[in-house]
Write a protein that binds this ligand. Structure first.
Ligand SMILES: Nc1nc2c(c(=O)[nH]1)N[C@H]1C(S)=C(S)[C@@H](COP(=O)(O)OP(=O)(O)OC[C@H]3O[C@@H](n4cnc5c(=O)[nH]c(N)nc54)[C@H](O)[C@@H]3O)O[C@H]1N2
Ligand SMILES: Nc1nc2c(c(=O)[nH]1)N[C@H]1C(S)=C(S)[C@@H](COP(=O)(O)OP(=O)(O)OC[C@H]3O[C@@H](n4cnc5c(=O)[nH]c(N)nc54)[C@H](O)[C@@H]3O)O[C@H]1N2
Ligand code: SF4
Ligand SMILES: [Mo]
Length: 701
């Protein structure tokens, strides 16, 4: 059979929860089908490159297992027995369940639950409009960014940094705690260019030899949860060897003398004992960044998913401030640009109806919430009804056994709006089918880059599938709030309105022509040479963890959490992690799989085949001592539960460390329990969040 030729190329943006937010060119084929997806060559961040899993999107959008009809549960919860119903009946059922829950327990008994399955501002955030208009419970978004953002903000006072495209102009690219090859491929595009054109050195810092470590010139493989110790030693050496930029420190930082005194005892030997790195490799790394003004620190999320992760981010961010790398183009640091976009989302989110007195429930603690934990419920009413969009909590949330227990409650109504029969959809009372990004209008902004990108509807959805926007609007009509601000508009009107309210007077049409808008601030601003985000303009080596930053930032809406007494004054290694002990001799990280995106793509054959199956990486010495061979089925467990998966012996991991790459569907594990059976939901200090890579476990053959 010959391959059909594209009849047109459509323009879009990748909607997935990935820092890259790639601008896309999409082959449109005859009969409403899509072909290959490619990165837009004209977008200077995407630079023509996207990941393989999205290039193969045709496989996902035209998948035989896509949900096409609303399904009502007929058997027991989770029994897999459904009957097809019409859309009107499905929407009536949700509305009735919400009204019943509200009449019994008050409006906070309804919990609309969503995350970033699509990052589109209309299709992702519209659910908040319904939430606020109806005074339903809020969601505290804790599952992903809290530690990283909290740690960065504590130092810099703003969520932005050096232009990510400047990596091309760097002489040393430090890729710290992010598996960029897998999780945000464009970082590697720019780093590889710097290496080729300028001879830049690529440094990677991770806990195992992932694909990024394998591409690095210097790969530092440290013990999980010890990054702050490495950062402290790098800064100790800078003061010791006079590679610290004392002029920069005096002008731009809060207490360099205090920091220098504090670091006296943080020697390379001290850090070597904690990190498991050699003192020589720490010295070599410090010498490299000490003689390379254009050192660019690309700080990721991975190393912050530890119980001391916010502190680790702050410590790592302190390094370029000590060396003064911020002064130079191609130097400094970057994590996220979320502060640069200046989009006024009030209408989409229904902010006018928001009541600050309504409680926030912690997304990561959904298990505790649904099983009636008083604290998790803020001493309020139980959750009795939910609409879930863009997320798969029964797979992705920690404390999975508790989560399942919650979903099994017969007095809880759950509607799941989904593209596939996910682990969460399987436990629902009602499943309604959702469009995919090429089938609806939306607008995207890149956390890991600098563009706002349009993703207009390019193909018709299957006739019986509906957008998130449609569901929100239809429920608003049935629940009597369709007249509230922000309702009654099309997705396209909301995009147009958003742009016009945010300093882009050309609105939708201009963006359709231009495809994207570059929001990168100028060099001086981006490098904080006009001052950091705090009132005195100084970088904070001594963060005010308990102070003003916490309540002002929406992600920290539950205030200070975790063991706040352990917060150090200056950057430091704080032993808050789940250290291995006699009963649990291994440390387990649950790192991302290259061909999946969280639990998305675990349904497509192209990704599944390339990933193989749920595996556990173990060092040959550990496997030898346990007398376990490659390929055997093993059990790992802790106080939260246990799972079984296949052993893969590899010196990619350090002795004592286990790595599982996921997220596989729970049903892909022999016992039907996924990896998050082992992860904890206890909030990470100081702003909450889940420490997915910080677990102690036992192992049995
Ligand atoms: N292919 C793919 N891409 C993705 C995702 C995916 O699941 N798969 N997820 C998307 C999402 S939602 C996000 S938030 C981003 C996250 O992307 P990243 O910033 O890359 O963060 P993580 O994926 O959590 O982990 C990155 C790396 O951190 C390592 N790590 C774990 N603990 C430590 C530690 O203590 N120190 C150090 N130095 N490293 C450690 C892990 O082993 C892993 O290799 O990626 C997005 N892109
Ligand atoms: N063990 C472990 N667990 C983790 C992590 C880890 O590193 N290790 N990472 C964590 C992180 S960083 C994150 S961000 C979370 C993410 O967890 P989730 O937010 O649950 O992300 P996904 O697993 O990608 O699931 C998104 C779902 O949204 C659906 N979807 C996509 N687009 C649309 C749409 O337009 N409409 C509707 N209705 N649905 C849509 C997809 O089909 C998919 O099932 O997982 C966390 N869980
Ligand atoms: S790299 Fe990230 S943003 Fe780009 S296509 Fe892949 S998943 Fe989407
Ligand atoms: Mo995430």
């Amino acid at each position: 059979m010959t391959k059909p030729l594209p009849i047109a190329i459509g323009h879009s943006a990748c909607p997935h929860d990935c820092p890259s937010t790639c601008a896309l060119d999409v082959e449109l084929l005859d009969g409403g089908r899509v072909g290959r997806l490619r990165g837009a060559a004209g977008n200077d961040y995407t630079a023509g490159v996207i990941c393989a899993k999205v290039a193969r999107y045709a496989e996902r959008i035209h998948h035989a297992n896509r949900l096409l009809k609303p399904l009502q549960r007929v058997g027991e919860k989770g029994a897999g027995e459904w009957r097809e119903i019409g859309w009107d009946d499905a929407l009536d059922l949700i509305a009735e369940a919400f009204v019943t829950a509200e009449s019994r327990h008050g409006s906070e008994a309804v919990w609309p639950y969503n995350y970033a399955g699509t990052m589109g501002l209309v299709q992702r955030d519209g659910i908040h409009r319904l939430r606020h208009a109806k005074r339903y419970s809020n969601q505290f978004d804790s599952i992903c960014t809290n530690m990283a953002w909290g740690g960065w903000f504590a130092g810099a006072g703003a969520m932005r940094g050096a232009d990510p495209r400047e990596i091309q102009k760097s002489d040393c690219v430090v890729i710290w705690g992010t598996n960029a090859v897998a999780t945000q491929v464009n970082v590697m595009t720019h780093a590889a260019k710097a290496r080729k054109e300028r001879g830049a050195t690529i440094v990677a810092i991770d806990i195992y030899d992932n694909a990024t470590m394998k591409q690095a010139d210097l790969a530092l493989k440290l013990r999980p949860g010890t990054d702050a110790a490495l950062a402290c030693a790098l800064m100790h050496i800078a003061f010791r060897d006079n590679t610290a930029d004392r002029d920069y420190l005096a002008r731009y930082t809060d207490d360099p003398a205090g920091l220098e005194a504090h670091l006296t005892a943080r020697s390379p030997d001290w850090a070597a004992a904690i990190t498991g790195l050699t003192a020589e490799s720490i010295e070599a790394f410090a010498a490299l960044i000490g003689q390379t003004p254009r050192s660019f620190f690309r700080l990721g999320y991975g190393f912050t998913r530890q119980r001391n992760g916010a502190l680790a981010m702050h410590a790592a961010l302190s390094v370029p401030a000590v060396y003064g790398h911020w002064r130079y183009e191609g130097g400094g640091a970057f994590h996220s640009n979320s502060d640069i976009f200046g989009l006024n989302r009030a209408k989409i989110m229904g902010t006018a109806d928001r009541d600050p007195a309504i409680r926030h429930l912690d997304q990561s603690r959904i298990g505790a919430v649904l099983t009636g934990d008083r604290g998790a419920l803020s001493n309020g009413p139980p959750v009795a009804a939910m609409l879930i969009q863009n997320t798969n909590p029964v797979n992705v949330c920690p404390e999975q056994r508790l989560v399942r227990q919650g979903f099994a409650r017969t007095d809880l109504f759950v509607a799941v709006h989904e593209q596939f029969m996910t682990d969460t959809a399987k436990l629902a009372d009602l499943v309604i089918p959702a469009t995919m990004f090429l089938e609806h209008d939306d607008i995207y902004r890149g956390g890991g880059q600098n563009h706002i990108v349009l993703g207009p509807k390019l193909v018709d959805p299957p006739a019986t599938v509906r957008t998130n926007h449609f569901v929100v609007e239809e429920l608003a009509k049935r629940l009597g709030v369709a007249d509230r601000p922000g309702f009654g508009l099309t997705a396209r009107q909301l995009i147009d309105d958003l742009l016009k309210a945010s300093g882009a007077p050309g609105g939708y049409d201009a963006l359709k022509t231009g495809r994207w808008i570059d929001k990168q601030p100028d060099f001086e601003t981006a490098h904080f040479l006009t001052g950091f985000g705090w009132p005195d303009g100084k970088f904070r080596f001594k963060p005010d963890w308990r102070g003003a930053m916490a309540p002002n930032r929406p992600p920290q809406s539950l205030g200070l959490q975790g063991p706040v007494d352990a917060l150090p004054v200056f950057p430091d290694h704080v032993a808050l992690i789940e250290e291995a002990d006699a009963a649990h001799p291994y440390r387990l990280a649950t790192s991302p799989a290259r061909q999946f995106l969280n639990s998305t793509f675990a349904e497509t054959e192209g990704s599944r085949q390339r990933e193989g199956g749920p595996e556990l990486l173990i060092h040959p010495d550990d496997a030898g001592r346990e007398d376990l061979a490659d390929g055997v089925l093993v059990a790992i467990g802790n106080q939260r539960g246990s799972v079984r998966l296949t052993l893969k012996v590899s010196d990619a991991v350090k002795p004592g460390v286990l790595v599982h790459e996921g997220l596989w569907a729970n049903s892909d594990f022999v016992d039907g329990e996924g990896i998050n059976t082992l992860t904890g939901a206890d909030p990470v200090v100081p702003f909450g969040g889940a420490a997915f890579h910080d677990n102690r476990v036992w192992l049995r053959g």
